[in-house]
Design a protein around this ligand. Structure first.
Ligand SMILES: Cc1cc2nc3c(=O)[nH]c(=O)nc-3n(C[C@H](O)[C@H](O)[C@H](O)COP(=O)(O)OP(=O)(O)OC[C@H]3O[C@@H](n4cnc5c(N)ncnc54)[C@H](O)[C@@H]3O)c2cc1C
Length: 575
């Protein structure tokens, strides 16, 4: 077969984390937890809770399993007006609300890692009822309630001949959850590509044309529903609010749907793909030829899984047509051997990590061939959505490195070299902190002009820097590992410090809100300098004082002065 076709803690491990890790590694299905109706709950019900809104206690567990809290009050309003009723109830009674989508977020935006901020909180489930979607083909826009899933929204778009250029890989995330954290996929224009109308190479937040939130009305001293247009000052803070608001509905811009081809490659060594070179099969060369690239590199293996999407109006001869998403079934239905090995790595035998990397590599390499998915073609949604929740549960750090397109290869080369060098240093000490892959994607920035607007999502990691117009893209860097892996937090902290210091001379570093960042040896989201100084500063530098991090925070306070929509961590970040 040709190359083209056959791609072929330092802190010790606490018992709690060990159990979390083993459980996370061993459970393959994502099952909603049992609901205990308020009338049967052991705890007293929230006082004067509004009638007619189903209320129950339910365990909260995020996707990675690292945040697990029993018996959290949860309710299912049937429409946006009921969310307003809830907000006014919460304010009057000193309770808080938090929107609950699919609970896939890693960072503690909804509940603290130890559950310590779950008292006097009602989670507001959006997925049950706030799911209406309607497409306006005249404007190529979709009006969508925020509990709708990305799959449902993208299916509705597809049915109207519309689509997105890039999206987060899972389809079961809610639109509200994705907008809160400026969800992204992977896409920049290939060499010579003209952006089709209505599309963006930035985040989903950059598609907002209208946004409806539950906000405080000073004139009536009550929370109300209010709709803002994209260029309204309030929209700047709401389009990527990091968990500090409640959005009920948005109108998103879309464009003509495209057919995409996705080719997977396993024959390009990391040494070539990530080389400090302007020739050969570098990551940048694939960006130039196709614009849409993802590299997944399992630890201690030599060849990454390289996915290259290209716009292909008609089916290439060798491609296989796909008519639905989630085509890499081998990574969503992993064999028991993976779960067995991952549990061993976390609990007793970390030296199995290189074998684990090999096993993962082999499953993908074989899976691509046996499922005939090394070269697939179809409507964009079927190529852009490729992760199911049943994939191996891992935790991840995440950063967006804003830089010049010409520096993308340098960013990647420096990162991968540092990562592999340190991983080998740790191995020489008998430590294996990282057992999941490195994932690398590249997107454009949130240029408001992409959708005919002038205002940017102020807290989006992809917000362009006006003082650095040459920074026109972002390299997204993630390293994945099983929850509870010994020395992971030390390694993550070390990599983070290196990332901040290495890129400061020619790029900017932003956290990926949904993932791990702000590391110390005590874990993610614990570094005082990163949370209080480094991160806010990247959203201050270069922006006018009336349109920066502080003005976004102040606006979110005006819109919710009682801080009904916040959590301990969001308070810490945005107070
Ligand atoms: C396996 C996996 C793969 C992923 N891949 C990607 C990827 O490719 N690209 C990417 O960008 N991200 C990715 N993510 C991260 C994901 O996009 C975010 O965690 C997202 O927030 C999850 O959406 P959710 O519906 O689960 O939100 P939840 O986890 O339920 O909520 C996350 C935050 O959003 C807030 N929120 C939810 N709905 C609303 C609303 N209506 N109004 C206001 N706030 C709201 C919540 O209060 C909370 O603060 C991935 C996550 C997982 C687990």
């Amino acid at each position: 077969m040709s190359d083209d076709t056959a791609q072929k803690h330092s802190r010790g491990l606490s018992r709690r984390r060990l159990m979390q890790g083993a459980a996370a590694a061993g459970v393959a299905a994502w099952i909603p937890f049992e609901q205990i109706p308020a009338a049967q709950a052991a705890l007293p019900t929230p006082p004067s809770f509004p009638g007619g809104i189903p209320l129950f206690q339910q365990s909260y567990k995020n996707w990675s399993g690292a945040i697990a809290v029993d018996g959290v009050w949860t309710c299912t309003p049937s429409n946006p007006a009921q969310v307003v009723t809830l907000a006014n109830w919460a304010r009057a009674n000193g309770w808080r609300l938090r929107a609950k989508g699919s609970s896939h977020n890693w960072s503690p935006l909804s509940l603290a890692v130890d559950g310590s901020d779950a008292a006097k909180v009602v989670l507001v489930d959006t997925k049950t009822n706030l799911t209406a979607i309607s497409v306006d083909t005249a404007t190529s826009r979709v009006r969508v309630q925020t509990g709708a899933t990305m799959l449902a929204m993208m299916t509705a778009l597809e049915n109207s001949g519309l689509g997105l250029t890039a999206s987060p890989a899972p389809g079961d995330l809610t639109v509200g959850g994705v907008l809160a954290i400026d969800g992204h996929g992977t896409a920049v224009p290939k060499t010579g590509e003209t952006k089709p109308a209505g599309h963006t190479y930035g985040s989903i937040s950059n598609l907002v044309q209208q946004i409806t939130a539950v906000v405080w009305n000073a004139a009536t001293s009550s929370y109300v529903l209010k709709t803002y247009n994209r260029n309204d000052v309030e929209a700047g803070a709401l389009m990527a609010h990091v968990g500090r608001s409640f959005i009920t509905e948005v109108v998103l811009q879309a464009g003509a749907n495209q057919r995409l081809r996705c080719q997977s490659w396993f024959n390009v060594p990391a040494t070539e793909l990530f080389a400090n070179s302007t020739s050969g099969r570098t990551f940048s060369s694939y960006l130039n030829s196709a614009g849409r690239v993802e590299a997944i590199w399992f630890p201690f293996t030599s060849n990454p899984w390289l996915k290259v999407w290209s716009v292909a109006p008609s089916k290439p001869l060798l491609s296989r047509q796909v008519n639905s998403p989630y085509n890499y079934t081998f990574s969503d239905n992993l064999p028991q051997s993976i779960f067995d090995l991952s549990a061993q790595i976390v609990s007793s035998n970390p030296a199995n990590t290189p074998s684990f990397g090999d096993l993962n590599y082999n499953i993908v390499a074989a899976g691509l061939v046996t499922t005939l998915t090394y070269d697939i073609w179809g409507w964009s949604k079927n190529l852009l959505l490729y992760v199911r929740p049943s994939t191996l549960r891992v935790t991840a750090n995440g950063y967006a490195i804003l830089c010049k397109r010409a520096d993308v290869q340098r960013v990647i080369q420096e990162f991968t070299f540092r990562y592999s060098t340190r991983l080998n240093d740790y191995r020489n000490q008998g430590k294996y902190p990282m057992n999941g892959p490195v994932e690398i994607r590249v997107t454009g920035l949130d240029k408001p002009g992409d959708v005919g607007a002038t205002r940017s999502p102020q807290m989006s990691a992809l917000r362009p820097r006006p003082d650095h117009p040459e920074w026109d893209c972002a390299v997204w860097l993630d390293i994945l590992t099983l929850p509870g892996t010994p020395y992971a937090d030390v390694f993550y902290a070390e990599m983070e410090q290196w990332i901040y210091s290495n890129y400061s001379s020619y790029a900017d570093v932003r956290p990926e809100w949904s993932k791990g960042w702000g590391y110390t040896a005590s874990g993610a989201w614990t570094s005082t300098p990163v949370i209080d100084t480094t991160v806010p500063n990247t959203f201050r530098t270069g922006y006018p004082v009336n349109d920066n991090w502080d003005s976004a925070r102040a606006m979110l306070d005006i819109l919710d002065p009682a801080r009904v929509f916040s959590s301990a961590f969001v308070d810490r970040l945005l107070l």
